[in-house]
Design a protein around this ligand. Structure first.
Ligand code: AMP
Length: 227
């Protein structure tokens, strides 16, 4: 990857509590703008499944709905963002989640003369998040997200995207854990809205509406921030 490519590659951040739709929207942006979705939650779940050292340390913390240490998450993100595909631009979903992580990201990007293009806050009502999360599941094959009530596949049990028939639910999508995850969001992640606002990089979007309408609004923000 040459320096010019790195400098031009967009870096976007999606902020919002669990259930706000960060993953769903990140996948749409990935398809539409050729960006790479970087989800530290997905990377951590892969590390847990593979039984790596980081995965072993993260497992119980994730099951409790708390945040994995900055050290582990920053190391995972640093390795992934250095991979060749990320040179086309990234959309960060679930990272940063603390001020320490946000500062580490700024420092990491500064190493290659980059900075973030936009941090977009998906604004939702907390009360609705528990219902959204407890009904959700994904295709094991391609990761497409579904919901028992809000987004069912056209043919029951068959993925619209890849035709896969194996669906999975996350271990931490139980109602008890969701409360801890929302609490962690408000205590440790919500302050990042102010962090990016003070840098003039923040946009807000109402994320309580229809998935396609939110996607259209996000697209307009992304085009403005990267155009
Ligand atoms: P997510 O898939 O983004 O909802 O993340 C699932 C879980 O992974 C979270 O509840 C945390 O335990 C952990 N996690 C993901 N991203 C981070 C992060 N940036 N910092 C700390 N913990 C994280």
């Amino acid at each position: 990857m040459d320096a010019t490519t790195v400098t031009r590659a967009p870096v976007l951040i999606l902020l919002g509590p669990p259930g706000a739709g960060k993953g769903t929207q990140a996948r749409k942006l990935e398809d539409k703008y050729g960006l790479v979705q970087l989800s530290t939650g997905d990377l951590l779940r892969a590390a847990v499944a593979q039984g790596t050292e980081a995965g072993k340390q993260a497992k119980a913390v994730m099951e409790a709905g708390e945040l994995v240490s900055d050290e582990i998450v920053i190391a995972i993100l640093r390795d992934r963002i250095a991979e060749a595909d990320c040179a086309q631009g990234v959309i960060l979903d679930g990272f940063p989640r603390t001020t320490v992580q946000a500062e580490a990201l700024d420092a990491l990007l500064a190493e290659s003369g980059q900075k973030i293009n936009a941090a977009i806050s998906l604004e939702v009502d907390d009360a609705a998040m528990v219902d959204r999360i407890s009904g959700r599941y994904t295709c094991a094959g391609c990761g497409e997200g579904y919901h028992d009530t809000f987004k069912t596949p056209k043919q029951s049990g068959v993925c619209d995207h890849c035709g896969g028939t194996e669906m999975k639910r996350r271990a931490d999508d139980k109602a008890e854990t969701v409360a801890s995850r929302l609490e962690a969001y408000h205590a440790q992640t919500a302050p990042l809205i102010g962090y990016y606002d003070s840098k003039g990089a923040l946009s807000r979007i109402d994320a309580m509406g229809k998935i396609e309408e939110i996607a259209a609004g996000l697209g307009a923000i992304v085009e403005k921030a990267t155009g």
